[in-house]
Design a binder for this molecule. Structure first.
Ligand code: BES
Ligand code: MN
Ligand code: ZN
Length: 510
């Protein structure tokens, strides 16, 4: 993870640090502590705000240098907008924006005063916690491979901040509210690290081994090697990895967190973990191929989600399964025209070895259903370039066999701001996957590439199992940067799935 940064909570009475941020509502409404600082410094906040035409609009900031008598070098004032109008996610985003403003300053410790007297849905303590989560997410960076240390002007020198102290009326309450939010941020940042890590360091074995970090959180981890997968008949997954010098793995993470009945059927998350996708014999062009280190973004989202659920002790039974392979050309590689047999028994004609993700998922999906009899299955995969043509870098594509499941995911997506757009499953797309030589082929031609990929996957979903497929090729890597993500590997999907579970599968026994 990025170098150490922590968010702590202190009472409003504690002395603020030399870099301090405070909040102002629209119309420049200040809380008690901010009013105190303003009057102590002879109205420096109100004067500076007037001079800068700052009105407290949401996420706008001004910076006041060395206001009189406060012992503060830089006072950042951040706008909250209209009283009570912000959603939880907007507070998280605000936290990101404030940390961004603080990071522009060289300081190792900063204060943020949350003294809002709001009439909205959130208490000051909840707001403090949400802002703290935004700060954790914003702070993430991937600079472990820079050898130059601070003092020079390199990119490695921008993250001097080590601690954000959030001052709030009841720090203990804020700390309690922060605990689950921090767990989710840790899950996101764990996923980001996996996506950013280069493939020479993170091979299929290493990716699978990373799941063992979840054992300390109470997750049961099982890793299947090539032999075990051969025994299960996973000819589809295994053919993808057979060209690589590095063996394939299937990592399974089980979180039995449901209170009461241990037998509650789990929700299953399945991730594509292609640690590097050269395309195989159907090799890709050189331009941009380095990005294919991120072709395990679906697996990272699944691992990060399981991390978050376990750390916050979610009241749910969940299983995460990630197929870890490397797609390489070699004398042993699978060829176009080869026919392989999947664990489901269906034979697959490999038309294009670059359509490898679906071959991996076919067996992992089947294994998940056979082994865990899940309540529902959601797979996440950087599956097609076509989804990026359709939806760009802002939206991931959502395919679902079940409207209720689709709506639950769309609703979670609206809450977290990780945008999803529903795409079609259709018999016509399914037909395009018929092969002349086997039960199914792995590509469906030029048109509707994301939808034919989904149609392929659906052939490996059992009747009556609600299933959804999320194609995050556009968002998992080099997606749109925002207040809470400045990283190439976004950790996209962790907050979404965590919210999906929290809102729909945790509250009560269903
Ligand atoms: N991993 C790629 C999809 C991808 C492309 C993800 C760009 C992120 C950025 C996937 O394995 C792939 O190569 N898909 C092919 C499928 C085609 C051969 C049917 C594609 O989209 O071109
Ligand atoms: Mn590919
Ligand atoms: Zn791929």
């Amino acid at each position: 993870m990025s170098d150490r940064f922590e968010v702590t909570f202190a009472p409003l009475s504690a002395d603020p640090e030399t870099v301090t941020a405070l909040l102002a509502g629209e119309g420049l409404e200040l809380g008690s502590k901010a009013r105190e600082l303003d009057s102590k410094s002879a109205g420096s906040v109100s004067k500076a705000a007037a001079a800068a035409d700052f009105k407290g609009k949401y996420k706008t900031t001004i910076e006041i240098l060395a206001p009189a008598k406060l012992g503060i070098d830089r006072l950042i004032v951040a706008g909250l907008g209209k009283d009570g109008a912000l959603s939880a996610q907007q507070y998280v985003d605000l936290g990101g924006a404030i940390l961004g403003a603080i990071q522009n300053r060289k300081t190792s410790t900063a204060s943020l005063i949350v003294d809002v007297e709001t009439s909205g849905d959130h208490s000051a303590e909840q707001i403090a916690a949400l802002i703290g989560q935004g700060a954790l997410l914003r702070h993430y960076n991937f600079k472990k491979y820079f050898t130059k240390k601070s003092g020079d002007d390199s990119a490695a020198d921008k993250d001097g901040i080590k601690k954000l102290i959030v001052h709030v009326a009841h720090p203990d309450k804020a700390k309690a509210a922060f605990h689950p939010l921090k767990a989710v941020a840790n899950g996101v940042n764990f996923a980001r690290d996996l996506v950013n890590e280069p493939a020479n360091v993170l091979g299929p074995v290493e990716l699978a081994e990373k799941t063992k970090a979840l054992e300390k959180l109470g997750v049961e981890v099982e890793i299947l090697d090539v032999k075990a997968m051969e025994k299960l008949g996973m000819g589809s997954l295994l053919c993808v990895g057979q060209g690589s010098a590095r063996p394939s793995r299937l990592a399974v993470m089980v979180w039995n967190g449901a209170k009461g009945s241990k037998k509650q059927k789990p929700v299953c998350f399945v991730g594509k973990g292609v640690v590097f996708d050269t395309g195989g014999i159907s090799i890709k062009g050189a331009a941009g191929m380095e990005d294919m280190k991120g072709d395990m973004g679906g697996a990272a989202a699944v691992i990060g989600t399981m991390y978050a659920l376990a750390e916050r002790k979610a009241n749910v039974n969940a299983v995460g399964l990630v197929g870890c392979v490397e797609n390489m050309p070699s004398g042993n590689a699978v060829r176009p025209g080869d026919i392989v047999k999947s664990m489901s028994g269906q034979t697959i004609e490999v038309i294009n070895t670059d359509a490898e993700g679906r071959l991996v998922l076919a067996d992992v999906l089947w294994y998940a259903q056979e082994t865990y009899k899940p309540k529902l299955v959601i797979d996440l995969a950087t599956l097609t370039g076509a989804i990026m043509i359709a939806l760009g870098k802002e939206y991931a594509g959502l395919f679902a066999s079940d409207d209720k499941l689709a709506d639950e995911l769309l609703s979670a997506s609206r809450s977290t701001g990780e945008k999803l757009w529903r795409m079609p499953l259709d018999k016509a797309f399914d037909k395009m996957m018929d092969s002349k030589n086997a039960d199914v082929k792995n590509t469906g031609g030029r048109w509707g590439g994301a939808a034919t990929a989904a149609a392929f996957l659906q052939r490996f979903v059992q009747k009556d199992v609600p299933w959804s497929h999320i194609d995050l090729a556009g968002t998992a890597m080099d997606g749109a940067r925002n207040d809470i993500n400045q990283s190439w590997g976004a950790g996209w999907g962790v907050r979404l799935l965590d919210r999906f579970v929290a809102d729909h599968y945790e509250k009560s026994e269903k």
